[in-house]
Design a binder for this molecule. Structure first.
Ligand SMILES: CC[C@@H](C(=O)O)C(=O)SCCNC(=O)CCNC(=O)[C@H](O)C(C)(C)COP(=O)(O)OP(=O)(O)OC[C@H]1O[C@@H](n2cnc3c(N)ncnc32)[C@H](O)[C@@H]1OP(=O)(O)O
Ligand SMILES: [Co+2]
Length: 132
């Protein structure tokens, strides 16, 4: 069911510093910051030849990544995002298999519907699915 790796997301305490490090020390193609108020994060996308990196920092006082950064104050890998062809079909299959799907599909940073799967059901890794 899952297809291409769309992005690996890294939660960071200082978005500007992390973006500058990727652009400078790592010589990467770094896009400007993008506020995503519906998701409680500000993101910076970094385009690699075979996938993307999403740098994330909290936006607002109810960010879903606040707890993660409290536990990992220097930052860390927060989620991985796989593409699926049909998000509703993927959601129905995962619910039928007993996985905890975190809410209904919502429009993500690429203007496409996304859902999240609880990390405790997937080897300690938070999974995002994005409709391709
Ligand atoms: C910009 C839009 C979009 C895109 O298009 O790319 C995004 O990427 S938005 C990204 C941010 N949004 C989300 O993460 C939404 C889904 N996440 C959630 O609903 C919550 O973060 C969560 C996964 C339910 C965790 O909630 P939280 O309150 O922070 O933690 P808990 O205390 O409930 O945690 C339980 C348990 O899980 C561990 N945990 C938490 N987060 C992660 C993680 N990212 N990776 C691995 N494990 C995680 C946490 O440590 C707890 O474990 P124990 O301590 O063993 O109990
Ligand atoms: Co993401």
């Amino acid at each position: 069911m899952i297809g291409r790796l769309n992005h690996v997301a890294i939660a960071v305490p200082d978005l500007a510093a992390a973006a500058a490090q990727y652009a400078g020390a790592l010589g990467a193609d770094v896009a400007p910051p993008q506020d995503e108020p519906a998701h409680g994060v500000t993101v910076v996308f970094i385009t690699l030849p075979n996938t993307k990196i999403e740098l994330l920092t909290p936006l607002g006082d109810k960010s879903p990544i606040a707890g993660f950064l409290e536990k990992n104050p220097s930052g860390g890998i927060h989620h991985i995002c796989y593409e699926v062809v049909d998000i509703q079909a993927a959601r129905a299959k995962l619910v039928a298999e007993g996985a905890r799907v975190l809410g209904e599909p919502r429009i993500g940073a690429h203007g496409k519907p996304v859902i999240f799967l609880h990390p405790k059901d997937f080897n300690g890794t938070l999974i995002e699915l994005e409709q391709a």
